[in-house]
Design a protein around this ligand. Structure first.
Ligand code: PUT
Length: 337
């Protein structure tokens, strides 16, 4: 209907790893030393705010009015949707980090996003990837920009630093799985409305989100009149996060986690059976130290997902080898039955 106010669910995802030029071994700094009020001021620049918080010994997890933020010793993940402006906060963020933690260098940056549904409503520098890259290039000397898929239809953009080796020796294991879904099943999406569920917890259980990675402690939020966000954290420091824009005209769901698995096949199938998307893009990053080191290759070889809730065929795939990570980005569409 024409009276439905459009919302851009597609997130901008920024992941930064900090390091000290004096080496990490003796370094006492920790991003969690940055006071809450400083994060709040920074998030004002991004045009969002904190609405919920949970933590464990390894990671602080914030649910934001527009998605999520995870803060651990030297890694920051800021994922924001709508018309937020995360790259506007980058310069003040680097200053804040140095002031409170002593980290004086960035080991790596990953800035990524899917193509927006409505780029014209975004605020500078986020209207085009070229403008985003120009800002990132003004702060980092060794960044490269990539576009996977087709800019004419569905694509996924990435900016990352290309350095010969990790500054930390040996590098710590790291991996990330992301699934970005559109054209979702309207019956599933209705769960994430106040008409159908009266609490976030009800939506989490009814949809089966609580079963996707059962070891996660969940902090969830159901928006008024609709929309849903959750963060999950587990004792070993891994996280998951899901954000849902349920309106049928522009439905969008993102799933992300960094659990260490030798195969992501099972988690991907669970996510597909839970949300039943019409289309989705999967990205897997893994470094050589990770138990998931072979997962980017595994995804590269997968040409379909044939499941109880649908058959999806691959429409495009790209495999990239970076100095410290392998990455696969694969696009799938539901096969008409
Ligand atoms: N979103 C980027 C993930 C990179 C590896 N942790």
């Amino acid at each position: 209907a024409d009276n439905v106010q459009f919302f851009e669910g597609v997130e901008k995802l920024l992941e930064l790893w900090f390091i000290s030029s004096k080496g990490l071994k003796q370094h006492q700094g920790d991003l969690r030393q940055i006071p809450r009020q400083k994060w709040e001021s920074l998030l004002k620049i991004v045009r969002c705010e904190i609405i919920s918080f949970c933590r464990n010994d390894q990671v602080d997890a914030y649910v934001l009015s527009e998605s999520s933020m995870f803060v651990s010793k030297r890694r920051l993940i800021l994922k924001t949707c709508g018309t937020t402006t995360p790259l506007q906060c980058l310069e003040p963020l680097l200053e804040l980090v140095e002031e409170y933690t002593g980290f004086d260098d960035v080991e790596n940056v990953f800035y990524s996003r899917k193509n927006y549904k409505k780029p014209e409503i975004q605020i500078s520098p986020h209207q085009t990837f070229e403008e985003e890259v120009a800002l990132l290039d003004s702060l980092f000397s060794d960044g490269e920009a990539y576009c996977m898929g087709s800019p004419e239809t569905d694509c996924w953009y990435l900016y990352t630093l290309i350095r010969d080796k990790s500054l930390q020796d040996p590098p710590e294991p790291d991996q990330t799985l992301e699934i970005l879904m559109t054209h979702l099943d309207p019956d599933v999406m209705s769960i994430f409305t106040r008409d159908v569920c009266s609490s976030a917890d009800e939506a989490t259980v009814k949809s089966g989100i609580d079963k996707l990675i059962p070891t996660m402690i969940i902090d969830d939020f159901l928006f008024e009149p609709c929309g849903y966000s959750m963060n999950g954290i587990s004792k070993n420091g891994s996280y998951m996060t899901i954000h849902i824009t349920p309106e049928p005209e522009f439905s969008y769901v993102s799933f992300e986690c960094n659990v260490s698995e030798t195969s992501y096949d099972e988690i991907i199938r669970r996510v597909l059976n839970t949300f039943k998307p019409g289309k989705f893009v999967v990205t897997i990053f893994a470094n050589k130290q990770s138990a998931a080191a072979n997962c980017p290759r595994e995804l590269e070889k997968r040409s379909d997902y044939l499941n109880r809730s649908g058959d999806w065929l691959r429409t495009d795939v790209q495999y990239c080898r970076f100095p410290n990570y392998d990455l696969t980005c694969a696009f799938f569409s539901r096969f008409p039955s």
